[in-house]
Write a protein that binds this ligand. Sequence first.
Ligand code: C2E
Ligand code: MG
Ligand code: MG
Length: 261
Amino acid sequence: STSFRRLDMEKNMRNATNNAFSEFEVVYQPIVDVTRESNPCVGAEALIRWNSGELGLIAPTDFIPLAEYLGLINPIGAYVLEEACKRCKYWNDMGHPDYKVNVNLSVVQLLQNDIVKKIKGIIDEVGIEPGNLCLEVTESLAINDMVRMKRILSEIKALGVKVALDDFGTGYSSLNHIREMPLDIIKIDKCFIEHLGEDDFSDAFVKMVTELANTIGVHVCVEGVETDRQYAIIKKMGIYYIQGYFFDKPMCIESFEEKYI
Ligand code: C2E
Ligand code: MG
Ligand code: MG
C-alpha cells in the first residue's frame, strides 16, 4: 500500500506542478524580534502547503522528500520563491520596508548549475530589495562538498541575499560548518527548544551555539517556541529572533496581512 500511495502521490504531484501550482499554497509564519516593543514582527518564513484534490492536505515533511527525489522540488521551489518575494515586496511597499521573507531552499535546488541566475532573475523581476530575502538551507550529505557549497552560498550572498542555516543541531551538523559557511543567521532546531529548562543538554546546546554565533557575528533565531517558560529562558539567554506558536502558527496570506500589515 505504501508504494501505491507513493505512485499516487507522484502522479498527483506532477499534475499539480503542471497545473499552475493551483493546489499549492504558501503560508507565512511571523518571525519576531523580542527587543522591538511596538511591532516585534520583522518578517515571516514562507512555508508550502499542498492541498491535493485527490489526496487531501499533505504536510511538506511528507511530500518534499519525494519532490526532491523526482526533481519536482525545482519548479515547486521556484514557485514558492517567486510568490514569497512578491508578497514581501508588497509588505515593503505597504509601510514595512524592513520586513524580510525567509524561503526554504532544498539542497537539490541549491545544486542546480544555474541556481544563482534563477534567484537573481526572480529578484529582478519582482523588484524586491535583495537584503529582504533570506534563503534557508539545511546541512545534508551533499554539504560534504563544502568547497562547492561555499562557492554557491557566496555567490548568493553577493546578490545581497541573506543566508540562514536551518534546523541547526540535527542531521549532519558540524560545528565547523558554521565557521566555514558564509551565514547571516543560524536557526536552532525546535527539538532543542522543546525541552528547554528541563533538559540540561538542550539548555547548554542553545547557550553554546548562541555564544559561538555571537563570536563569529552571526544572528541566532530559535524555532518552535510554544510556552511562556521557553520564551522566558530564550529571552534570558539574550536571543532576540524567535519563531513559534507562542506568537503565531503559519498563517494564510489574508490572516497574516490582517494582523501584521
Ligand atoms: P522548517 O523550515 O524548519 O520550518 C519550520 C517548521 O516548524 C514548520 O513546519 C512550522 O510550521 C513548524 N513550527 C513553527 N513553530 C512551531 C512551534 O512552535 N511548534 C511546532 N511544533 N512546530 C512549529 P512545516 O510548515 O510543517 O514545514 C516542515 C518543513 O518542511 C520545514 O521545516 C521545511 O524543512 C520544509 N518546507 C516547508 N516549506 C518548504 C518549501 O517551500 N521548500 C522546501 N524546500 N522545504 C519546505
Ligand atoms: Mg525553514
Ligand atoms: Mg527549521
